[in-house]
Write a protein that binds this ligand. Structure first.
Ligand code: SF4
Ligand code: SF4
Ligand code: FES
Length: 235
């Protein structure tokens, strides 16, 4: 089955949105749609993709106001009028291509990697289960793009960094205590609005991980328990 779609792209060099009309298979993904536009209508269109399988995290775009992975989202779910934009809270390089370098630099700055400890350490199934969501993060940046606290200029690490950090706190294979690092990322500034959890394409529930990090810091006496309790909002 074929559907007709009209697409607007927020082009860096144009003041207004640019419209294209094309016919595309109902089963086509947003990435297929962008490829079709580039191949058949506008070779100057810039967007990013690598794996086409929801793994590399490079193809995040905003469609009708909702951030999604272009390679894993069908066109038809957005109807026949589609507005495509780059994701928010990030530097746009061109068209739909956003700066991933700054994201990787933040991971480097905060040393979001394991410090090798005891060799051949056995990790329980329970621990593996606990940290697997942190490992499954594909660095797409969608959670940060919808986080209202990140735009306030406070020193909040944001859901992406805090999701990636989670495994370093709860996996015994990481030898170095990272609680002070996590304190500097201020998980307690999270308002628990859950925008990140609703938006995450891998359903990793960043907000819930942040809540656990906050709880750990409270239990260790590093931060104080907040007056207000958002516990009823958690997953
Ligand atoms: S739950 Fe916290 S981290 Fe997630 S979007 Fe809201 S404020 Fe940001
Ligand atoms: S937590 Fe989810 S939304 Fe955020 S970067 Fe990882 S995969 Fe993307
Ligand atoms: S192209 Fe890799 S996640 Fe979409």
């Amino acid at each position: 089955m074929w559907v007709k779609v009209r697409i607007k792209l927020n082009r860096e060099n144009f003041k207004d949105y640019v419209s294209y009309s094309l016919e595309i298979s109902k089963n086509a993904t947003l990435l297929d749609m962008l490829v079709k536009i580039k191949e058949e209508m506008d070779q100057s269109l810039a967007f990013r993709s690598m794996c086409r399988a929801g793994i590399c995290g490079t193809c995040a775009i905003k469609v009708n106001g909702k951030p999604v992975l272009a390679c894993s989202t069908k066109v038809f779910v957005f109807g026949e009028e589609i507005t495509v934009e780059p994701i928010d809270n990030v530097i746009v390089i061109k068209d739909l291509v956003v700066d991933h370098e700054s994201l990787y630099n933040r991971l480097k700055l905060w040393k979001v990697w394991y410090d090798a400890g005891e060799k051949n350490l056995k990790v329980s199934e329970e621990t593996i289960k606990r940290i697997e969501r942190s490992h499954e993060c594909i660095l797409c940046g969608i959670c940060d793009s919808v986080c209202p606290v990140l735009t306030t200029g406070t020193h909040f690490g944001g859901p992406l960094l805090l999701t990636r950090y989670y495994k370093l706190l709860f996996d015994p294979r990481n030898a170095q205590d990272r609680t002070q690092n996590i304190k500097s990322l201020n998980p307690d500034l999270c308002t628990h609005c859950m925008s990140c959890s609703f938006a995450c394409p891998k359903k990793l529930m960043p907000e819930a991980l942040i809540k656990e990090e906050e709880k750990l810091l409270q239990e260790k006496g590093i931060i104080k328990k907040r007056e207000e309790d958002f516990g009823f909002l958690g997953f």
